[in-house]
Design a protein around this ligand. Structure first.
Ligand code: ISE
Length: 327
């Protein structure tokens, strides 16, 4: 059975997802594409074999041939489209963040609870990255003992063109918040954001309910490339991501490797694996990856990070209680 996919949002990330579905994902085909820019939707549809394109995301969600929806529109539009997918009873893979605010995420959780089944997956693709998966396996194997500390570095060569105030937290830091919760298997209870002389370079400190510390360097204008690092420090050793390069060059007294310009090439394999896993899960009537609760938890921690950034003080995170649907 081939699952008909509708794509809402055909900008950089949405167009990449469309190509991945067309070229690398088994069991799915793109049938309809919407984007606020109709020409862009038309081009992506033509390139990827989708029969229909237009400017109305809701028309794509309602399209009878669309069995599952991929949302890659601007962050502030996510909640509205995800709610429409729930209304249509269609599984949805929504790019992160699920929504920029925890209140919007909670409303989606309520709607999904009312349906009684999990249809929402949030595109926290690092959960499908071979490096992070290997880190989690190394920790689960038990030989490292308990995880005590997680060091994260998150550097963009330049802030994306769509960035607005606060997105360094709600659009970038959320990846680190999600991967920290997923790797450590604990919830974040306290945060502190430290400013530097540049508003594009912040340090975020998180504390988990198991007493683990996460430090995150967020640098949105590192200029030299896209650079993501992670190291788990455990009782009996450490495990860290290896440099993501196929080759290391040694020449003229130096050793070097190339950085990806942005996240799309860096995490291309993770995006592919995520899409295939989503399609396979949809085909089996299951859900996989980050769910709506994970989307809410990341947004809730991000909101408290924004408070701490504004006040300069540490701040406590208070999550709602987790509904049984997400146990
Ligand atoms: C971007 O939107 C992403 O999702 C990337 O994965 C992240 O690393 C980057 O900082 C964000 O701006």
């Amino acid at each position: 059975m081939t699952i008909g996919i509708g794509l809402v949002g055909a900008g950089g990330m949405g167009a990449d997802h469309a190509r991945t579905i067309a070229r690398h994902v088994a069991g799915a085909r793109l049938v309809a594409v919407a984007d606020a820019d109709g020409d862009r939707a038309r081009q992506v549809a033509a390139e990827t074999g989708a029969a229909r394109s237009g400017t109305d995301g809701h028309a794509v969600i309602g399209d009878p041939e669309v069995a599952a929806v991929l949302i890659a529109s601007p962050d502030y539009t996510h909640a509205d489209f995800v709610r429409a997918c729930l209304g249509a009873g269609k599984p949805v893979l929504c790019e992160k963040p699920l929504a920029p605010t925890p209140a919007e995420c909670l409303a989606l959780i309520e709607a999904e609870r009312a349906l009684g089944r999990r249809l929402i997956q949030v595109g926290y693709m690092r959960r499908f990255d071979a490096g992070y998966v290997a880190m989690k396996q190394a920790l689960s194997a038990g030989e490292l003992g308990r995880a005590l500390l997680l060091h994260c570095v998150h550097r963009n060569a330049a802030a994306p063109s769509f960035f607005e105030s606060g997105m360094i937290i709600t659009n970038s830091a959320v990846h680190e918040i999600d991967i920290a919760r997923w790797l450590l298997g604990s919830e974040i209870v306290r945060v502190q954001v430290l400013r530097t002389a540049s508003s594009e370079l912040l340090m975020v400190l998180l504390e988990s309910d198991a007493g683990q510390i996460v430090d995150i360097e967020l640098f949105m204008s590192a200029t030299y490339g896209y650079d993501i690092r992670g190291e788990l420090v455990c009782e009996k050793g450490t495990v860290s991501l290896a440099a993501p390069a196929d080759v290391h060059l040694r020449r003229a007294g130096t050793q070097s490797f190339a950085f990806a310009p942005d996240w799309r090439p860096r995490f291309a394999a993770a995006y592919r694996t995520q899409l295939q896993a989503w399609i396979d899960a949809v085909g089996r009537g299951r859900s996989i990856g980050a769910n709506a609760w994970d989307g809410y938890a990341a947004a809730a921690v991000a909101a408290v990070c924004l408070e701490s950034l504004a006040s300069g003080q540490p701040a406590a995170v208070r999550l709602e209680s987790r509904p049984a649907l997400y146990a």
